[in-house]
Ligand binder design. Structure first.
Ligand code: NDP
Length: 477
């Protein structure tokens, strides 16, 4: 008997994906650089299904039915290239190498092009949901050719998370599309987490509530429109009490957020595409600020002052207002992330259906939420929507939230509490709705020092003012 699918790289993610395939009745070929992991998998979990364990790459490849489907689940970067170099010569035309690690989409584009030359399909696949997702059903974002999806899709859909029986897996688009979308998913996750953290901070510092009380607030919110995995786990973390000190867990954790890099990648890509993902960028920078221990210490030593007079209490119902600010800011962050996906889709000719992305993120991944249903509906209604903010549901939500949102940002500024997520989201919103932006002045400055020219509101063409001359005449550029 031959295996329908193979997995090479059997650390936690690969092992759980292999088990997931096996639990769904597929025969799974398994391989790892060092054989002990392969042996352990079969010894511990062999009873869960049918595994064919191989020590050598050659035996592993020989154990697969054709076209061969080889899932690579190794450390992203050089190890992925090493594994591709090892396997590509052993494969035959039409076989598939599926990189399910967290690769950068530009690496995926490069690898796909190189393997296509050799007649092989390279399928860069985003997999979200961590260890648990990999075992019980992740959200899966495969790129690569349509043809490869025909042979591979049914297997991936089988092991993916489901919402009302529908798989959280869809062919995203060619070459790097899957890894790109997975990257933006992670960027949005950063923004979501930052906004939740700001909401907590305001309830704590302005409202004076304890972490346990705030856990209850989040539990309540989880029943409403904010209902999501991240809100749910936030409540769990906030109610946790540290066993050794008896203090709230959140008070004994060092306040320096770490990152593995996918948020940074998202922002770097957005800069290249010229898409203002300020929500994601602020959350990456907020983590960097928190981690800048030296700079924070210098600020503490210098005694950087806060507001001179504490303004009175928040001018509204703090809890209700923060919920509104959180929801509105979340809408902005998602609108920006989806805009980035659309921009990349256009740039690379991927033809990504943004509604389908919202659909496959509804389960299995970290940002899973009810909210995504509304994003899906918005794009179903209008696939070329310029921004989610103009969809009726989101427009109504932001209209309803904006007064509260402004009060929250004002309170944070007045009391000296950092809220980069809430305040930058509001600035973005006001930027979008502004009838005139001071960008006109910037064009004037650019023309003054660099003769960069400008367009006029009343005439076609490019113009330049002769700033250095006495009469500062305007000329057509
Ligand atoms: P690791 O990222 O820790 O990688 C370990 C695996 O890579 C081992 O199987 C190891 O083999 C193999 N490996 C490392 N270098 C090489 C090499 N040069 N040649 C061959 N094999 C090599 O494993 P994880 O399971 O944590 O993650 C796998 C992938 O999944 C990564 O790309 C990671 O970014 C991604 N990931 C995704 C998550 C998600 O939520 N989607 C969560 C966590 C990870 P050996 O045993 O011989 O050392």
């Amino acid at each position: 008997e031959k295996a329908q699918i193979g997995v090479t790289g059997l650390a936690v993610m690969g092992r759980n994906l292999a088990r997931n395939f096996a639990r769904h009745g597929h025969t799974v070929a398994v391989h790892n650089r060092s054989y002990n992991r392969t042996k352990e998998l079969v010894e511990e979990f062999g009873h869960e299904g049918t595994f064919i364990a191989s020590e050598s790459a050659e035996d592993f490849v020989a154990s697969l039915e054709r076209p061969r489907r080889v899932v690579i689940m190794v450390k992203a970067g050089k190890p992925t290239d090493a594994v591709i170099d090892e396997f590509a010569p052993l494969l035959e035309e039409g076989d598939m190498l599926i990189d399910a690690g967290n690769a950068h989409y530009l690496d995926t584009r490069r690898r796909e092009a190189a393997l296509r030359e050799r007649g092989l399909h390279f399928v860069g696949t985003g997999v979200s949901g961590g260890e648990e997702g990999a075992l019980h059903g992740p959200s899966i974002m495969p790129g690569g050719s349509k043809e490869s999806y025909e042979a591979l899709g049914p297997l991936l859909e089988d092991i993916s998370a489901k919402v009302d029986g529908e798989p959280c897996c869809v062919h995203v688009g060619p070459d790097g599309a899957g890894h790109f979308v997975k990257m933006v998913h992670n960027g949005i996750e950063y923004a979501d987490m930052q906004l939740i953290a700001e909401a907590y901070d305001l309830l704590r510092r302005v409202g004076g509530h304890s972490p346990a009380e705030i856990a209850d607030v989040f539990r309540g919110w989880n029943e409403g429109r904010l209902g999501s995995y991240l809100i749910e786990i936030t409540a769990e973390v906030l109610k946790q009490v540290d066993a050794s000190s008896g203090k709230p867990f959140v008070d004994i954790v060092l306040d320096q957020a770490e990152q593995k890099g996918t948020g940074r990648w998202t922002v770097q890509a957005a800069l290249d595409l010229g898409v203002p993902v300020s929500g994601i960028a602020e959350s990456v920078f907020a983590r960097a600020l928190s981690g800048g221990a030296d700079v924070r210490q210098a600020a503490a030593d210098a005694g950087l002052p806060g507001p001179s007079a504490t303004t009175g209490a928040h001018a509204g119902d703090l809890q209700a207002d923060v919920e509104q600010a959180l929801f509105a800011s979340k809408i902005v962050a998602y609108a920006q992330g989806f805009q980035q996906i659309q921009a990349a889709s256009k740039e690379y000719g991927w033809e990504i259906d943004p509604g389908a992305m919202a659909k496959i993120w509804r389960a299995g991944c970290i940002i899973r939420a009810k909210f995504l249903d509304f994003i899906k509906q918005a794009y179903d209604k209008s696939p070329s929507l310029a921004t989610l903010l103009v969809d009726q549901y989101f427009l109504d939500a932001v209209s309803g939230a904006q007064d509260a949102w402004r009060r929250v940002v004002a309170t944070a500024a007045a009391q000296g509490i950092p809220s980069p997520g809430f305040s930058s989201a509001l600035a973005y919103y006001d930027g979008l709705r502004a009838e005139r932006l001071p960008a006109a002045l910037i064009q004037g400055q650019r023309d003054f020092f660099g003769a960069h020219t400008y367009h006029r509101v009343d005439k076609e063409g490019s113009f330049h003012t002769l700033w250095a001359t006495d009469d500062r005449k305007e000329v057509s550029a």
